[in-house]
Design a protein around this ligand. Structure first.
Ligand code: NDP
Length: 275
């Protein structure tokens, strides 16, 4: 058996990564399409050894990996080829280990936002303005996706203001102060890791429950065992929501298709992702 033939391993690389629903979602999809010898696993890798680990995984039988917090920029750097989208975003969440030795980077977090927003009720499915909270990997993907979808007015707020300013310059967006960001908007996109770290978004972000209730729609990249607090408050107020698990399924389905060449069974993935 050649090393290529043995490439049936997939995984999600992150630090931390124990919270990820990707193994449940992808293993259900692999079984559903009959790839029974394939396995998808958690890969907790610290930043100090990320690049050499990403480059070593093909020899350990990996056909590809998803990449999550905080390694998306390192993943792009480790790739030998990348899609235009991943390069423009400056971060990769999907690496495909091709049989010729190439490591191909893509970013499926961006089309995931476009896809999931498109199923919201009109007119919030095609907003003219949006506020992105955060300045990390998912914020880069969200800003690119919203710009690509033709959202005219893009604003960004981040706890570390310098990072927001740098991203605003890159994506032709407006960097807001905390006071400026604290208002209802057409589309609010949470790209911060506040709830991942167990903190209260209403204490750490420039958002109150009353403002959120008056937003046109909420997209929340964060997800946990249950609803995030932002999602719970928005849903209670009747605000249309794209939650983190819906975004996870959308980005995961696109990655699955790149890894395996098979159509992703989205309903199976959705059922497996929701705990
Ligand atoms: P990064 O580490 O790249 O960025 C984290 C961001 O969160 C930074 O802007 C950081 O601000 C901000 N942040 C962290 N803690 C706080 C806090 N206490 N108060 C205010 N801001 C804070 O992470 P990602 O962009 O990769 O991921 C962000 C979230 O989105 C995570 O929860 C992740 O799991 C989730 N995610 C989900 C996906 C999905 O498919 N559903 C896909 C991608 C991400 P600062 O710059 O000041 O440090």
């Amino acid at each position: 058996m050649t090393a290529q033939a043995a490439r049936r391993r997939l995984g999600v690389v992150g630090w931390p990564v124990a919270h990820s629903r990707s193994p449940a979602m992808h293993n259900a999809a692999l079984a559903h399409v009959g790839l029974t010898a394939w396995r998808y696993q958690l890969l907790p890798i610290p930043p100090t050894v990320i690049e050499q680990t990403l480059c070593a995984l093909p020899d350990a039988g990996f056909a590809g990996v998803n990449v999550t917090i905080p390694h998306k920029q390192a993943a792009l750097a480790a790739a030998t080829e990348h899609t235009e989208r991943a390069a423009a975003i400056g971060a990769a969440n999907t690496l495909v280990y091709r049989e010729d030795g190439a490591i191909v980077a893509d970013n499926t977090d961006a089309p995931a936002l476009t896809e999931t927003l498109a199923v919201l009720p009109s007119p919030v499915a095609s907003p003219r303005s949006a506020l992105v909270l955060g300045a990390g990997g998912s914020a880069r993907a969200a800003l690119w996706a919203l710009r690509d979808a033709g959202v005219a007015d893009l604003a960004i707020w981040n706890r570390t203001a310098e990072r927001a300013a740098a991203l605003a310059a890159e994506f032709d967006a407006l960097a807001l102060t905390e006071a400026e960001a604290a208002r209802p908007v057409e589309l609010l996109v949470n790209c911060t890791a506040v709830e991942l770290h167990g903190a209260d978004p209403f204490a750490e972000l420039p958002v109150t429950a009353a403002q959120l209730a008056r937003c046109g729609a909420l997209a929340d990249y964060a997800y946990g065992p249950g609803e995030t607090r932002l999602v719970a408050v928005a849903r209670r107020a009747g605000v249309p929501v794209v939650d983190g698990l819906e975004l996870l399924v959308a980005q995961g389905a696109l990655a699955f298709e790149r890894f395996t060449g098979r159509a992703a069974p989205r309903a199976v993935m959705r059922a497996a992702a929701r705990p």
